[in-house]
Design a protein around this ligand. Structure first.
Ligand code: FES
Length: 500
């Protein structure tokens, strides 16, 4: 080999390495640890891939190098680790020539392929550090954020028998947030979502999907009817086969969304709103991934529909007032109310009058007012938006001395109302419109969580540079019992003209 051999670089005298046992050399910005073992010389990156400890300070025994910080072990020859949380360390081919050590610095052929595999490893073993490092490396390598998102989505829907859960919901929320984040914060958001998916799937059995019905597929309307009927009797398997058959027959995203929203609202506020919230998030996840593997993703919802608690079975929805009966009567009047308002749609101005009713104590008046709004030309989306706003006000007026579980109650109501709103923006559906009424009933049921109502924060004074206020926010969020101060700061920011 000559000194101008393309990828090999002379790094040391063989006798120097042999005399010392190991040697660290620096070349082309790379710190390389050389180890003399038997009649061979091994070269590896001197930075431990786990957390950066210098590997020349490790111990070699029987050709296994042990890092002394967290005791990760590496095959000295290949760099492969025996401790997956640490990652393989890069090893360099070595040639000995005329008493000199030469090391091949040819870059790895496809470092991103390795990072994709590491992300998969991190998800499988639920190791947040591995997930974080792979996401950072992938985004630094100009991989689009949708790719790690898809890897997490695919993993989450395959490896959790119970199907879609909180982890995939967080994962999709984080994906939705990306356009609003600084580019340096985007890996953090993806990391949070991916880690939530990994935690949800840790120790869970995998999920297997069904095949579509063979031969001629029935009409979509038939499949839709069967789907709802099977959910009604809690038959997840039958319902899943209808869903995959509809997808295989080419039902478009609008029809599929209508199918899912109908089943998720055939009973009242099922699974305290989670089923509908998860449906909305699964559809958003598919929007982000061009509806690839839709059957795999959407079938993860079916078990949730079939097994969900139905509020018809709950005491609070039956006594002392039979809320379900009030809602069922209202649902019968829906087609007539929509028809009555058809000519005036888009001209409704009753939001300010409706909100106090929604926050009031008369549930019959709430149902009647919702119907009256539709009759007056309020659109489904406007009605859903108004109820979501009322649910948000319940949160804003929530007293911090309530029990923590009460907070869950109030935020379930809001996330459900928001999911109904987003769903109606996606598809027009009289079935889903029932969800607006369900959400309004949850706002009614939560009225005691605003007694007395927490005061909405106001800004004492405005400032000329609202952006500077935001620098105080992380410090407040990092400390307990700072809700009111944080709220006041945000109010001051907004009243000063800060960008929401
Ligand atoms: S830094 Fe080497 S094992 Fe942790």
């Amino acid at each position: 080999m000559s000194s101008n051999t393309k990828n090999y670089v002379r790094v040391a005298q063989l006798t120097d390495v042999q005399a010392a046992g190991y040697l660290v050399v620096h070349t082309q910005g790379q710190a390389i640890a050389l180890f003399s073992e038997g009649d061979k010389i091994y070269a590896i990156d001197n930075r431990c891939p786990h957390m950066g400890f210098p590997l020349d300070r490790g111990t070699v025994k029987n050709c296994i190098l042990t890092c002394h910080w967290h005791h990760a072990r590496f095959d000295l020859n290949s760099g492969g680790t025996f401790d997956g949380w640490a990652d393989d360390v890069r090893s360099f081919p070595v040639q000995l020539q005329a008493g000199e050590v030469w090391v091949d610095l040819t870059p790895p052929l496809d470092p991103l392929a390795h990072q994709r595999q590491r992300l998969q490893d991190g998800l499988e073993q639920s190791i947040s550090l591995v997930i974080a490092k792979s996401v950072i490396a992938l985004l630094s390598g100009k991989v689009k954020a949708t790719e790690p998102f898809r890897i997490g989505l695919d993993f989450g829907v395959r490896y959790r028998q119970d199907g879609w859960g909180a982890g995939l919901t967080i994962h999709t929320c984080m994906m939705n947030l990306l356009p609003y984040l600084d580019v340096t914060d985007q890996p953090r958001a993806l990391y949070q979502g991916l880690s939530a998916v990994a935690r949800d799937c840790a120790g869970a059995p995998p999920r297997f999907t069904l095949q579509p019905l063979p031969n001629a597929t029935p009409e979509f309307e038939t499949l839709l009817g069967w789907f709802r009927q099977f959910i009604e009797v809690r038959d997840a398997e039958g319902a899943e086969r209808c869903l995959v058959s509809a997808l295989a027959a080419g039902a478009n995203p609008t029809k599929i969304a209508q199918m899912l929203f109908a089943a998720a609202t055939d009973h009242r506020y099922i699974d305290i709103g989670h089923a509908l919230d998860f449906t909305n998030k699964a559809l958003e996840a598919l929007d982000a991934t061009d509806w690839q593997d839709a059957a795999l993703v959407l079938t993860s919802l079916v078990r949730g529909y079939a097994s969900a608690e139905r509020m018809e079975e709950s005491n609070a929805w039956r006594y002392p007032i039979d809320l379900v009966a009030i809602l069922e009567t209202a649902f019968e009047a829906l087609p007539e109310a929509i028809e009555a308002g058809r000519e005036q749609r888009g001209s409704w101005l009753g939001r300010e009058q409706l909100v106090p009713v929604l926050l009031g104590e008369d549930v019959q008046a709430i149902a009647d007012s919702l119907l009256a709004a539709l009759s007056s030309g309020c659109t489904e989306v406007e009605l859903a938006s108004t109820v979501a706003y009322a649910a948000a006000l319940r949160l804003a007026h929530f007293q911090t001395n309530n029990d923590f579980r009460d907070w869950d109650t109030a935020h379930h109501s809001f996330t459900f109302a928001n999911a109904v709103h987003q769903g109606l923006r996606r598809v027009t559906s009289t079935e889903l419109l029932r969800g607006v009424f369900d959400a309004a009933v949850t706002v009614y049921l939560n009225r005691f969580l605003n007694v007395p109502p927490a005061r909405l924060p106001e800004a004492d004074q405005t400032v000329t540079e609202p952006e500077e206020l935001l620098q105080q926010l992380p410090g407040l969020l990092d400390r307990q019992q700072q809700v009111n101060k944080a709220g006041k700061l945000v109010a001051q920011y907004l009243y000063s003209g800060g960008n929401p």
